[in-house]
Design a protein. Structure first.
Length: 174
């Protein structure tokens, strides 16, 4: 009597295991993305100034502070005109990342657009060299009037690291 009862419990246990296995195998989500480099087409290798600027724009629009941080060099300086003091002031990488990160978390919508980028700047890929250039931009932030201005950038790609261009200086000529 006990052996028959034990075989019945074991049979139910195996039946449950088989049922769960079949259900898991049948639960394929046809809408799930394929494995691999998700969003790989969104990001450029940053081996040209244009690639770096497009990654900058994409990181703003997607509010991706980690990708944005990869664009900012360790020695980065942001310069802006302080209207109250009537002079240029500046901050460094840590403040830039903290400020931009907060903006990206708080706002639901950021739309950054670069004006035309000259081909000589867009395709610039000379390693171990600084390039200073100016780009006009428009920036729309959720709930605010669009901002139009000029950003003067200085960028460098160091071949001894990874050869990616990063911003060393951003002067806001708003």
């Amino acid at each position: 009597m006990q052996i028959a009862q034990l075989d019945g419990e074991r049979g139910r246990l195996w039946g449950i295991i088989l049922l769960v296995s079949l259900l898991q195998a049948g639960c394929i989500n046809p809408f799930a993305p394929e494995e691999g480099d998700i969003g790989g087409d969104l990001w450029e290798p940053q081996t040209t100034i244009g690639g770096m600027l497009r990654n900058f724009q994409t990181s703003y629009m997607l509010r991706d502070s980690l990708r944005y941080a990869d664009i900012i060099a360790d020695e980065f300086v942001f310069q802006y005109f302080d209207v109250e003091r009537e002079r240029y002031d500046e901050w460094y990488r840590e403040t830039e990342l903290r400020t931009t990160g907060k903006m990206m978390r708080v706002l639901n919508s950021l739309d950054l657009r670069w004006g035309p980028i000259p081909a000589s700047v867009d395709t610039f890929a000379v390693q171990d060299s600084l390039l200073e250039f100016t780009v006009n931009f428009s920036l729309s932030l959720e709930g605010f009037e669009p901002v139009f201005g000029f950003a003067r950038f200085r960028s460098i790609a160091k071949s001894e690291t990874d050869g990616r261009f990063r911003l060393v200086l951003w002067r806001d000529d708003y």
